[in-house]
Design a protein around this ligand. Structure first.
Ligand code: NAP
Length: 277
């Protein structure tokens, strides 16, 4: 059974989900990408993260194909561009996303990163969508702790902050992770595998993997999931990757494992500005 994480409104979502950046761009046939997401759903990775940006809407179409006929099993997260985050802009962008996703509701709608629209205006747009039932909840992405503080002055309803987090990018452990934890706000870890293959060649991850009869990618995922309020969203189009990722949710790292990873990929000793991809 996949562990679940509670959102501030009480909704429980799979701790391990699926990303979709670079889907819907023709790297693989769209039908194959939708099949990949369906395999992940079958294996319990029922939270899917997408964005209007990915593949210029193409990724949302792949998600739409993947969830057709099983919409109720899946928790869909999508994101609005900052330049569309005005009150009228979010309504229009959300309508376009819903059309591409082939659904009448986005479960969680995020501001992709902070832009020039005042937060109060974006929040008013999100709240209107929530009242209309077009989104279930809203949150942000790439917000550092000071941005979250400012947002908290506007509204307490933010459901998540989606940020870069993996053993090679640990800055949020200094403050942001605890800030969110104290407020019951889950952190959604993006690029949990490091986005490319560099992190997966880490000898420390390799040694820990060998002890668990696992692979370095699985250790990277289990490492992020050690926090009860972290949701992780690896992207995988390869069925072998999807199966490995799903199985990683069952790996529990020991104190020795964590110490070995700390030695190779040290936690932050001081505030670092938020890393982004
Ligand atoms: P990632 O999930 O860390 O890595 C994806 C890469 O790892 C793909 O090349 C994938 O290949 C490969 N992979 C997947 N599972 C693997 C495994 N078990 N073993 C070895 N390789 C594996 O990077 P990401 O796509 O940047 O991040 C994940 C998701 O987070 C994105 O897709 C997106 O939804 C979200 N994201 C959000 C932001 C933001 O600003 N909010 C930024 C970046 C990412 P295959 O596809 O060939 O399987």
């Amino acid at each position: 059974m996949m562990r679940r994480v509670r959102l501030p409104d009480g909704t429980k979502v799979a701790a391990l989900g699926q990303g979709t950046w670079y889907m819907g761009e023709g790297r693989r046939p769209a039908a194959m990408e939708a099949d990949a997401l369906r395999l992940g759903i079958d294996l319990g990775m029922t939270l899917i993260d997408t964005a209007e940006m990915y593949g210029d809407g193409g990724a949302e179409k792949v998600v739409g194909a993947a969830v057709a006929g099983q919409r109720d099993k899946v928790f869909i997260v999508s994101k609005v561009y900052p330049h569309n985050a005005s009150r009228a802009g979010v309504a229009k962008a959300c309508a376009r996303s819903l059309q591409r996703l082939g659904t009448d509701r986005i479960d969680l709608y995020l501001l992709h990163w902070r832009g020039s629209v005042p937060l109060a205006e974006t929040v008013a747009g999100f709240e209107a969508l929530r009242e209309q039932g077009k989104i279930g909840a809203w949150g942000v992405s790439n917000f550092d702790t000071d941005d979250l503080e400012e947002l908290a002055g506007v509204s307490a309803a933010c459901a998540t902050d989606q940020v870069l987090y993996n053993p090679a990018a640990r800055g949020i452990e200094f403050d942001l992770l605890a800030w969110c934890g104290a407020r019951g706000v889950p952190v959604m870890a993006y690029s949990p595998l490091g986005h490319d293959t560099r992190l997966l060649r880490s000898p420390a991850l390799g040694r820990v993997a060998a002890r668990h009869g696992a692979t370095p990618d699985q250790i990277a995922l289990a490492w992020g999931l050690r926090h009860p309020h972290v949701i992780s969203i690896p992207k995988a189009g390869d069925p072998a990757h999807i199966r490995r990722n799903a199985a990683a949710a069952g790996i529990v790292l020991t104190a020795e494992d964590l110490a070995e990873i700390d030695a190779a990929h040290p936690p932050p000793r001081r505030k670092q500005s938020l890393d982004m991809l």
